[in-house]
Design a protein around this ligand. Sequence first.
Ligand code: R2B
Ligand code: URA
Length: 289
Amino acid sequence: MIKPEQQNTHLTELTMDTLYHLGLDTAMDLKGIFGDTKYVCMSGSAERVEDFAHQCNTELGLGIADADIVPIGKTERYSLYKIGPIIAVSHGMGMPSIQILLHELTKALMYAGCEQVAYIRIGTSGGIDLAPGTVAITTQSINGKLQAEFVQDVLGHTRTWPTEFDPELAQQLYDARENLPAAMGKTLSTNDFYEEEGHLDGALAPGYTKEDVHTFTETLRDMGVINIEMESLAFAAFCLRAGIPAGMVSATLTDRFQGDQIDFSKQELMTFSRNAQQLVINFLRTKIV
Ligand code: R2B
Ligand code: URA
C-alpha cells in the first residue's frame, strides 16, 4: 500500500492503533471490511459521498440493498461507505482535513492487507474560462505562490513535496468523459476560500481590486490552470509520497472570469456534481465490471 521508504516503522510499537477520526481501530476485522478495496473515491461533503455510493451501486450493478449502504465507523468528522471494491468517503474542507483522512484511511487499508488501491478525489471548484458544470481533470496542483509544491512545516523545519497527479490515471479519467463537458489541466489549490482564491465577496476589505483578480486569473489561465479548489495540493503530495496512484476530477461551479457568487439552484449544483461523479463511474465501469 505504501512504498517501502515511506513506511512508518513506529507503528510496529503500537499494540493497537486507534484511527481516532474515523472511529476504527486495529482490534476490528479491517481485512474483512476493507480487504478487497481497489478504489477510494473522496469528496468534501458527506451528502455527496452518500449520493455517490448509491449511484455506484445502481450504475455498476453491485446489487447491494439500499438499506445496507450505511456509514462505517463514526460520522462525527468523516462519512465512509463501502460499496463492493469501492470506498466512498468525505474529507471535509481544506488540506488539514483531507490530510488527517489520508493518514488514517491509508493505515486502515494497509492493516487490511490491500496492495494496489487508487485514490480519486471528486470535488467542486471555481473554473477558469470554463462553463459552469464542466468537469476539470487535474494533471498537477500548484500552490498560492504558483509553485508545484506542497510546503509543510514540521518540527520547526520546512519540507516541500511535489504535487503531480498520476498521468496515466488523469488520461484514463479524461477518456471516460463520454458526452460530459470536460477539460484537463492544472489546478490552483489554496488554504482559504475567500482571499487566497481571490474572491471579492468575503466579509473583509480584500486589499485587491476587480482588475487585480482579472489579471491574476489571466496569469493562471496562461499557466494552464483550469480551476481553483482547496485540497489537491496536499492530496497529490501525500499520494505521490506514499506511491498511491491519485486522480482528481472537479465540477466547476463558476467561471472565475465572470464572478464569484455560486448562485445556482440546489438542483443545478447537484447536476454539476453529478457530472463529475458520472465521469468517475464511467471510468470505474471499465475497471470493475
Ligand atoms: C471546493 O469547495 C470547497 C469550498 O467551497 C472546498 O472544499 C473545495 O476544495
Ligand atoms: N470551491 C472552491 O474552492 N472555489 C470555488 O470558487 C468554488 C468551489
